[in-house]
Design a protein around this ligand. Structure first.
Ligand code: FMN
Length: 201
C-alpha cells in the first residue's frame, strides 16, 4: 500500500520495511540497502560514508564494520548517528536518526559467518581507516592472515569487528514530486509512541 503522506500511519516501521522491500524488488535499484551513515567525532566534526543495512526492525537499523575504524571510534565517543537511504530510481529518500548500541556477539558472529571466506580474511587483514603504504601491503597482510588462520577451519570473527544497531528515534519519508513539490513526513519517537508531522519540501 502506498504511503499516505496526508494520513501517515501511527507507526513508521512497517512503511519503512515496505519501502525497503520495494527497493529490493525494483529492477533498477542498485545496492538497495546502501545507506549513508553520519557520525561525529570528539570535536563535533561530522563525517559520512556508505555502509550496508543488514537488518531493520522496530529495534533499529543494523550495519557491520570494524569497530576500530574512524566511524567506530566516533561512535565510541558519541553514539549518535544519522542514516540516509536514497532510492533514486523510485524518487524516494528515508532519513533515520538515533543512537547506536553494539549488536550482541551472537548477532555479529552470525553475520560474520555468512560472509565470503575472503571477506572474513579481509576483516583480519585490514586495519580499516589506518594508513596503508600501497596495495602490496594489503595483499601481504591478507596472505599472512591466510597462513595464520590456515587451521582455523571456520574463520572466527576478529574481536574488533561487529555490528551497530541505530535506534529509530526519528524517521523521515520523502517522495519526489513534480516541480520539486515533494512530500515529506517526519516521525519522532515520544516514549512508546510516535508523533508525525508533514513538512514543507
Ligand atoms: C556501496 C558501499 C557499501 C559499503 N558497505 C560497508 C559496510 O557495510 N561496512 C563498512 O565498514 N564499510 C562499508 N563500505 C566502505 C565505507 O564507505 C568506508 O569506506 C569504510 O567503512 C571506512 O569508513 P571510516 O573510515 O569512516 O570508518 C561501503 C562502501 C560502499 C561504497
Amino acid at each position: 500500500m502506498a504511503f499516505d503522506f496526508d494520513h501517515p500511519p501511527a507507526d513508521p516501521v512497517a512503511s519503512l520495511e515496505a519501502w525497503l522491500d520495494a527497493a529490493w524488488t525494483h529492477a533498477n535499484v542498485p545496492n538497495p540497502n546502501a545507506m549513508t551513515l553520519c557520525t561525529v567525532n570528539a570535536h563535533g566534526a561530522p563525517s559520512a560514508r556508505v555502509v550496508l543495512l543488514k537488518h531493520l526492525d522496530t529495534h533499529g537499523a543494523v550495519f557491520f564494520t570494524n569497530r576500530m575504524s574512524r566511524k567506530g571510534l566516533d561512535l565510541a565517543g558519541d553514539p549518535r548517528a544519522a542514516l540516509v537511504l536514497h532510492w533514486d530510481h523510485m524518487g524516494r529518500q528515508v532519513r533515520i536518526e538515533g543512537s547506536v548500541k553494539e549488536t550482541t556477539d551472537e548477532e555479529s558472529d552470525a553475520y560474520f559467518a555468512s560472509r565470503h571466506p575472503e571477506s572474513r580474511l579481509g576483516a583480519w587483514a585490514s586495519d580499516q581507516s589506518q594508513p596503508c603504504a600501497d596495495r602490496a601491503e594489503l595483499t601481504q597482510r591478507l596472505e599472512a592472515a591466510r597462513i595464520d588462520h590456515a587451521d582455523a577451519g571456520n574463520l572466527v570473527r576478529p574481536p574488533y569487528w561487529g555490528g551497530y544497531r541505530v535506534s529509530l528515534q526519528a524517521v523521515e519519508f520523502w517522495q519526489d514530486g513534480e516541480h520539486r513539490l515533494h512530500d515529506r513526513v517526519r516521525y519522532e519517537r515520544s516514549g512508546d509512541t510516535w508523533v508525525s508531522q508533514r513538512l514543507f519540501p
